[in-house]
Design a protein around this ligand. Structure first.
Ligand SMILES: [Zn+2]
Ligand SMILES: [Zn+2]
Length: 386
């Protein structure tokens, strides 16, 4: 490594200590979070996952140990290479804090019986897996030149953090409305459910995709058409950079409302657990992928399944792309309902005309605030680039 970049104000190239600093903070933060999970096992981990973790505890502790040591070493490397020591020091301090809390050998704070938990483990695992897949993918196959920590990154990471942390509440709010509101239908649906659950898993998987997407299509279209609902959805469209984290920007009302509505047909049809679980994994990956900053176009397959290019056009600033591509999985729905738009080129920019504020908290209250700009409430979909 060279020290040529040391005098540069904010160098990020190889040898500048930036990469080691960022990786150091990421590993040290993950290690610190894992130690918190050990110490508060009963409130910071998903109840369904606890027995799986318990059977691999020595391995988990070993991984956390390696992660903390690596985070510390990377932090030290960054401090020695970089003029700005903040990243490196942050990594070292996080490892120190983790060590003071017991490090990888921290005792399990297991006081069972608590009904509620926060998914800190879910956040850490989701962030590590998603960033490990998508950050290199965007570096190698990126469409636009943009930094990893582009504008709004912190806001979107906050969305990611809060929605994964609150996984128990959001899952409950997704499943309960259909279960409560349609409990009366149970006796009438036994025959249908017996038939559906006996179908091959792949057929059930495709049926789940199709039924949820038909609901999603119309919910999405209504979100674009009704001005007061648009304010919730405008938050999602307010990002001016598309990447693996941009899709996380969803107002909690939209997120919970859309999921609860899409779960209704799934509940009524009564699918098997395995295709349901496969669908949840698939949609987590796919929703991230269609927002990602990647240049794959998929040739004729793009007519079959929603691609990044298809969804990027949904976020586009071009007038001809307004109110297009509402489907999440199947572009054929947009073809069918006359809202399909997929030229060969890519959009020139992303964003909305509405004055959506920056930051998670301000965006949370934004839909409930009186509209300052009367004109934009009448034209919720006019999108212009900044
Ligand atoms: Zn939309
Ligand atoms: Zn989107």
């Amino acid at each position: 490594m060279t020290s040529d970049n040391r005098t540069d104000a904010r160098p990020t190239g190889f040898g500048s200590g930036w990469m080691s600093g960022v990786l150091g903070v990421l590993l040290a933060g993950a290690g610190f979070g894992a130690v918190l999970c050990f110490r508060n096992w009963d409130v910071l981990t998903m109840v369904e996952a606890r027995e799986h973790y318990a059977s691999y505890l020595p391995l988990l502790r070993g991984i956390v140990h390696v992660v903390l040591v690596a985070g510390f070493l990377l932090g030290v490397m960054s401090v020695s290479l970089r003029t700005n020591k903040i990243l490196g020091l942050m990594a070292c301090l996080l490892v120190l804090a983790a060590a003071l809390l017991g490090g990888s050998q921290a005792a399990l704070g297991d006081r069972p019986g608590k009904p509620f938990y926060l998914g800190l483990d879910y956040f850490l695992l989701s962030l590590i897996i998603t960033s490990a897949i998508f950050v290199p993918m965007e570096r190698l196959f990126g469409r636009r030149e943009q930094p990893i920590f582009r504008s709004g990154f912190g806001t979107d990471l906050t969305y990611f953090f809060i929605s994964t942390l609150a996984v128990q509440v959001t899952t409950l709010l997704t499943l309960q409305p259909a279960m409560v509101l349609f409990a009366w239908a149970d006796p009438y649906l036994a025959g249908v459910r017996r038939f559906v659950v006996a179908l091959p898993w792949i057929v059930q998987f495709l049926m789940i995709m199709l039924t949820t997407d038909i609901v999603q299509y119309w919910v999405h279209r209504v979100l674009h058409s009704v001005p007061w609902l648009w304010k919730f959805h405008a938050v999602h469209h307010s990002t001016d950079a598309m990447d693996w984290l941009a899709g996380s920007r969803l107002h909690v009302v939209e997120q919970v409302g859309t999921r609860a509505l899409t779960f209704i047909p799934v509940f009524l049809l009564g699918f098997h657990f395995v295709p349901m679980a496969a669908y949840v994994v698939f949609i987590t990956f796919h929703a991230t992928f269609i927002h990602a900053n990647v240049r794959f176009t998929f040739g004729p397959l793009r007519w079959l399944l929603a691609t990044p290019q298809f969804h990027h056009w949904h976020h586009a600033i071009e007038r001809e792309a307004i109110d297009k591509n509402f489907a999440v999985h199947f572009p054929v729905l947009d073809l069918l309902f006359g809202t399909f738009y997929l030229p060969e080129k890519w959009p020139s920019g992303y964003g909305v005309h509405d004055q959506v504020p920056r930051g998670w908290l301000r965006q949370l209250v934004y839909p409930f605030m009186p509209k300052k700009d009367a004109a934009s409430s009448q034209t919720p979909l006019v999108q212009v680039h900044e």
